[in-house]
Design a protein around this ligand. Structure first.
Ligand SMILES: [Zn+2]
Length: 394
């Protein structure tokens, strides 16, 4: 962001200089044209073949030298402007990193016989997940990609989310209703039913909406009382007797089916993915998202990595530190780090899965174990240290 602001400053300078120069040149040119016009008019008023008076000759000389000077001034100004414009280009070079390729010197490894099929598979999978089945089929057919995930569950979820975005909650509702038992603690069903109710209120009238609410929303009253009250209140704006003033902003979005749909679509994908244990992004999208976030940090690290001491500690296929990806970037760890000792796992200190499912490093396990007993530091289930199993990452 700072980089953008830096470039913008230089760009502003160039633009304001350009505008000033434009005004200035127009003024000078206008004056010169007026003088020439006046002189022409004066001369044309005299009968033909009248010799010029000395005074007129002087005026012409004066005018010619003034025109010459103006042209010289304009070309100097233009050169200066050119310098300012080229400064913007230099500012872009200074503020942005052009050579990101240096961060990933092994980019060509995507082309190897082992990796290319994996890459193609990831692209095909991504296309299917984006509900672009035709494109995915073409890629799979032409590149002979072996994909197991055509017309996958994810594509079905995408179709539900797309319908929600188009203000149609029916497909998502059908999907969620068939998994009602698994969604008892999720706000998804409430959100979808609420949207359906508001849709009915807009399309069929308030009484249809109220009957729908009685049938499907009454079971959600205890958990969503406030939100439901807002819905009921906003129904007034769906009647003939609607108040002339629009509803307050905190209620207005309830009347906007597209806004409700977008909100519900996001929630739907999140909840459905977590229910089906699917990553919300395709592996390719996840990798690109994470990559875009870490690229600037990687570039800095790379610049500092040339020190011999650092080079010695650098394992070729992993990052020497963890990079924060923010909430949306998901949790991508380049290596397993023990949550107890805050150390990276290694061959001598591998990650161990406890009986309860929590994972800590072997050193931490040894430190926490008291004889034949171990209390998990997280859940805290009692178990024997010998029940822990080593985890291998491939
Ligand atoms: Zn545990």
């Amino acid at each position: 962001m700072d980089s953008c602001l830096g470039v913008e400053q230089d760009l502003d300078k160039a633009t304001s200089k350009f505008t000033a120069l434009n005004d200035h040149s127009n003024k000078i040119l206008g004056e010169v044209i007026n003088q020439v016009e006046d002189l022409r008019k004066e001369i044309s008023q005299q009968p033909p073949d009248t010799p010029l008076t000395q005074n007129q000759v002087d005026i012409i000389h004066e005018l010619a030298s003034s025109v010459k000077q103006s042209v010289f001034q304009l070309s100097t100004d233009h050169r200066e402007l050119h310098a300012t414009v080229s400064r913007v280009g230099k500012s872009i070079d200074r503020h942005f990193i052009a050579d990101y390729a240096a961060v990933a010197p092994k980019a060509e490894s995507f082309c190897s016989d082992t990796n290319r099929p994996i890459m193609e598979q990831a692209i095909a999978q991504h296309l299917y997940r984006q509900d672009l089945e035709d494109v995915g089929d073409s890629l799979v057919g032409e590149a002979r990609v072996g994909v197991s995930e055509r017309g996958s569950t994810f594509a079905q979820l995408q179709r539900c989310a797309a319908a929600l975005a188009a203000a149609d909650p029916a497909p998502a509702l059908a999907w969620a209703a068939s998994r009602e038992h698994d969604l008892t603690h999720s706000p998804l069903l409430f959100t979808l039913h609420r949207m359906q109710m508001m849709k009915l209120a807009r399309e069929e009238g308030v009484s249809a909406a109220i009957s729908y609410a009685r049938a499907y929303l009454s079971q959600h009253v205890s958990r969503h009382e406030r939100a439901l009250r807002a819905c009921m209140g906003v129904l007034v704006w769906c009647t003939q007797a609607a108040p002339p003033a629009p509803p307050p902003p905190e209620y207005a979005h309830l009347l906007d089916l597209k806004a409700l749909g977008a909100e519900a679509g996001e929630l739907f994908l999140r909840e459905a993915c977590s229910l089906l244990r699917l990553a919300p992004h395709s592996p390719l999208a996840g990798a690109v998202l994470a990559g875009a976030r870490v690229l600037p940090a990687l570039h800095d690290i790379r610049a500092k990595m040339s020190h011999p001491h650092v080079l010695a500690a650098w394992a070729d296929d992993e990052l020497p530190l963890e990079v924060e990806l923010g909430e949306e970037g998901g949790g991508y760890h380049s290596v397993f780090a023990c949550p107890i000792l805050r150390q990276q796992a290694s061959d001598h200190n591998p990650p161990m899965r406890l009986l309860c499912g929590h994972v800590i490093s072997r050193d931490a396990l040894n430190k926490l174990a008291m004889g034949l007993k171990l209390k998990c530091p997280y859940c805290p289930m009692e178990q024997s240290p010998s029940e822990a199993r080593q985890i291998y990452f491939s």
